[in-house]
Design a protein around this ligand. Structure first.
Ligand code: URA
Length: 240
């Protein structure tokens, strides 16, 4: 099999869904061009190969999503933010942590969970025998709300499509939602985290474990035990 197939897609470079999508486009393109079967002669393959080299496919990547976000002006948070906090970690992660919104330090650095809550999240990740480089960390919204207020519905609505695209590209096996906003937004519910945590839910076909937000744990250390129970369930499922 040639290293780069005629349609120009490099296997392994993109996720399976994007690959299938490109193959579908390519077959449609052939059908529209009048193709009703396959001629695999040397000459035809050469022609098809040259099409692949000329044609560019816009397969989805985190870089493309970041580029589409640009210097985002889709909501009013653009007026007060310093940096867009896109997300950080491994684009092949099996586990994605979704928080609420960047805080002061995240806004300064453009990196999620680098303040006090972030340091606790790092310890939680280590407690499940992973590192920050092995998971992906992001938030429901990518810009800091003034004075760390809760994100408003219009801000979530503007930002959520980008998060969904990030998750679709990474295609993790598991998501851990941190706190009320992340949990209720992804699960489209108004149930409190206290009733949702401790068991798996579904988002885009991915298993979701809701748990308390690390910032909440800093104020309510008695809830750490619950988070540890949630993390043990996550670990068991990931290793099973
Ligand atoms: N809290 C969040 O929800 N996200 C961050 O990135 C930092 C603090």
């Amino acid at each position: 099999m040639p290293e780069t197939p005629c349609c120009g897609i490099k296997p392994g470079e993109e996720n399976l869904a994007a690959l299938i999508e490109e193959i579908k486009h390519y077959f449609n393109f052939l059908a529209q061009a009048g193709c009703r079967g396959f001629d695999c002669s040397e000459k035809s393959l050469e022609i098809v190969k040259s099409w692949g080299e000329k044609r560019t496919f816009a397969a989805e990547t985190l870089e493309k999503i970041r580029a589409d976000l640009g210097d985002c002006r889709r909501c009013k948070l653009c007026e007060t933010r310093k940096n867009i906090v896109f997300g950080a970690g491994n684009f092949r992660a099996g586990l994605v942590f979704v928080g609420e919104a960047p805080g002061f330090e995240e806004d300064q650095k453009g990196v999620p969970f680098v303040g006090a809550a972030g340091r606790l999240l790092t310890r939680i990740i280590q407690a499940i025998h992973l590192t920050r480089d092995q998971v992906y960390i992001c938030n429901i919204i990518k810009c800091r709300p003034p004075k760390n207020r809760n994100p408003m519905p219009d801000e979530i609505e503007s930002c959520l499509p980008f998060l969904k695209r990030q998750i679709a590209v990474i295609r993790p096996d598991f998501i851990c939602t941190l706190g009320t906003i992340a949990t209720q937004t992804l699960l489209e519910t108004e149930e409190p985290v206290s009733r949702l945590r401790g068991r798996f839910h579904d988002f885009m076909g991915i298993k979701v474990m809701p748990t308390y937000h690390p910032a909440y744990l800093l104020r309510n250390s008695d809830k750490k035990r619950d988070v540890w129970e949630d993390m043990k369930k996550l670990m068991e499922a990931m290793n099973g």
